[in-house]
Design a protein around this ligand. Sequence first.
Ligand code: FNR
Length: 195
Amino acid sequence: MKLLVFAGSARSESFNRRLARVAADAARAAGAQATLLELADYDIPMYHAELEARGTPPDVIRLKEAMDAHPAWIIATPEYNGSYTGLLKNTLDWTSSPVAGHPVFADASRPFAGKVVGMLSASNGALGGLRAQSHLAPLLLNLGCWLAPRAYALPRAASAFDAQGQLLDAEQQAQVADVVRQVLWAAGRLHGEQA
Ligand code: FNR
């Protein structure tokens, strides 16, 4: 199973990127092929329709291709003001907008419909960014994704990782692995184990 993992943060010391790495490691341990994608590697301006009408930026197409090539995704989102980040919203807005005349992405259902998605979040607060997940979930469902029923929010993230980026707490590690396991299980049934 091919799993795409990315965080909704471009911060170099991002807790959510660290959590994404933990999830990717758990996926590999479960036999999946996990790809860690870095949103900061994509040069994507703030969306507006007139900009799009002048041509979808090449990096948006590149990102859509990466998303499309993976039947399962894990998204680790920070929480900003009780919701997910502008970076993640802008990314999802661009990548969900159909590309007129494109051989694949003129289809408004690509790359979202049918993807199996697991949500993670990390914050130094007590709720671990849980409210960001509650906003992200309806957006993903609206785009036709299948959401893993159990997500995980990592609280007190500043003290949760060791120097190698591993989670110090075995129970937290197990929770992340459980989200990954659900996503791989569901994607295997929806897309076939070889996807
Ligand atoms: C935050 N932060 C934050 N944290 C939280 O738990 N609940 C919140 O509502 C907010 N709101 C918020 C707004 C803004 C504008 C910023 C910049 C920050 C803190 C935030 O979760 C923290 O900076 C995380 O470390 C961001 O995630 P990464 O970059 O570490 O992955």
